[in-house]
Design a protein around this ligand. Structure first.
Ligand code: PLP
Length: 457
């Protein structure tokens, strides 16, 4: 007999108290925050599932590395430690530290920007798209059709549409500096990309002489999905799988606030000497000297340790199982979610679950508010509040999906925290018809989801 329970593979050495609030207190807090969860103090949140970015718990080994950090301006030994650790998995010639992922993207966008430049990706993350567009480039998404459908089951919904990429490379050839592939596909629900797809994308890049860059924030979660779902990989170690993934890449951008357990950090890595030289020239203008980028020596040291912890198979089994456990429990309550569940979050389909709320009364926001009121759970609307557009008359047009994202910070919450979230959903389900839609009473010109004011009912 083997024991099947997957436990949190760590002991808790340092704790951060959670302040428990009552439902009445939370009703008042919501009013004061104009029903926008970004306006709520984290002290008033019981379970914070707003994002998995920068919210990880560092290990005791990472905290020890913080004390060992070398703050020398040039040639810091923490930088050497950082590079050595990364190269064990991602053997790039040049590794350029940045303060977070978007700084790496900005540098890359800046050096390739020219009239008519186009960057294909399975799905550009919002900051990636914003950085390319800000430099006047065109950012195109070429994910497979299944990746756009919340209910379509597919083991690798993050895959690039190879036929679409092939014709794209033929049509726009001279306008494309490189191809990007985001692993896992964050904007598409944390969905993985298969090894076969990475290999095939690389082959297409090779045929047209284009480098392949990985946006690799969740490389370890992606590798775990390959091990679980792709034939031929069951008996390979995560490290072997990660090395193979990166053997097809000519460069990468990275947010170390995701898989490597950083509270801050990122990097840009590549093999091309001339391109690396240009990147470093940009780096010194906005980030810093090439051996620290936008980071303190202690951050580099903590990340060097975190990168290796990210590929620990027992950790990944617990990590991926946590998300799956939450997703399956919600499905058992007949709550529609994006399926299969991805690597870092469960996405609830609020439009399908609350059909009595019209899209322009923001069912996702209404659900996020209700979840906070019932249990102090902070989630994130990813629907029309975030992505509505305007037609030619200036009338608001709803986004294609009304989702609520429950993103799981790494190593922060235990199973009983997740059980609590599930019970809150079960309670909401009993009277979901009484959840009321909302309206926006004030909004800024851009990125309104961060600061808009709402009224409910
Ligand atoms: C978070 C993220 C980024 C941006 O990284 P930051 O560290 O937040 O600047 C880029 N791409 C993907 C896929 C991400 O998830």
């Amino acid at each position: 007999m083997t024991i099947k329970t997957i436990i949190e593979p760590f002991r808790i050495k340092s704790v951060e108290p959670i302040t428990l609030t009552t439902r009445e207190q939370r009703a008042d807090i919501l009013k004061d925050a104009h029903f926008n969860l970004f306006n709520i103090s984290s002290d008033d949140v019981i379970i914070d599932l707003l994002t998995d970015s920068g919210t990880a718990a560092m290990s005791s080994a990472q905290w020890a590395a913080i004390m060992e950090g070398d703050e020398s301006y040039a040639g810091s030994r923490s930088f050497l430690f950082f590079c050595e650790s990364i190269r064990k998995l991602m053997p790039f010639k040049h590794i350029i530290p940045t303060h977070q992922g978007r700084a790496a993207e900005r540098i890359l966008a800046k050096i390739v920007a020219a009239d008519g430049v186009r960057i294909p990706n399975n799905t550009h993350f919002d900051t990636t798209r914003a950085n390319f567009e800000d430099q006047g480039c065109i950012a195109d998404n070429l994910v497979i059709a299944e990746g756009l459908s919340p209910i379509h089951e597919h083991p690798f919904k993050g895959n690039m549409d190879l036929a679409a990429l092939e014709s794209y490379l033929a049509v726009y050839n001279e306008h494309i500096p490189f191809v990007m592939l985001t692993i896992t596909n964050n904007a598409g629900g944390g969905q993985p990309v298969s090894m076969a797809n990475i290999r095939a994308v690389k082959a297409l890049c090779g045929k047209s002489g284009k480098p392949l860059f990985l946006d690799a924030c969740r490389f370890a979660e992606n590798a775990y999905f390959i091990k679980q779902r792709e034939s031929g990989y069951q008996d390979k170690s995560i490290t072997t799988i990660v090395k193979e993934m990166f053997s097809y890449a000519d460069g990468m951008t990275m947010s170390a606030k995701k898989d490597p357990f950083g509270n801050i950090g990122g990097w840009l890595a590549l093999n091309d000497d001339a391109l690396a030289e240009q990147c470093r020239n940009q780096l010194v203008i906005t980030e810093g000297f090439p051996t620290y980028g936008g980071l303190a020596g202690r951050d580099l040291a903590a990340l060097a340790v975190g990168v290796q912890e990210a590929v620990d198979e027992d950790y990944l089994a617990y990590r991926i199982r946590t998300i799956e456990y939450l997703g399956h429990a919600l499905q058992a309550l007949d709550i529609p979610i994006v399926s299969p569940v991805g690597g870092h979050a469960v996405f609830v389909d609020a439009k399908a679950w609350l059909p009595h709320i019209p899209a322009l009364e923001y069912p996702g926001q209404a659900l996020a508010i209700a979840l906070y009121e019932i249990g102090g759970i902070r989630s994130c609307e990813i629907g029309s509040v975030m992505f509505a557009s305007k037609d030619e008359n200036g009338t608001e047009v709803a986004a294609p999906m009304e989702l609520v994202r429950l993103a799981m910070p790494r190593r922060v919450y235990t199973q009983s925290h997740v059980d609590y979230v599930i019970e809150c959903f079960a309670e909401l389900a009993k009277s979901k018809e009484s959840i009321k839609g909302c309206q926006i009473t004030w909004q800024p010109e851009r990125l309104r989801h961060f600061t808009a004011h709402f009224l409910q009912g």
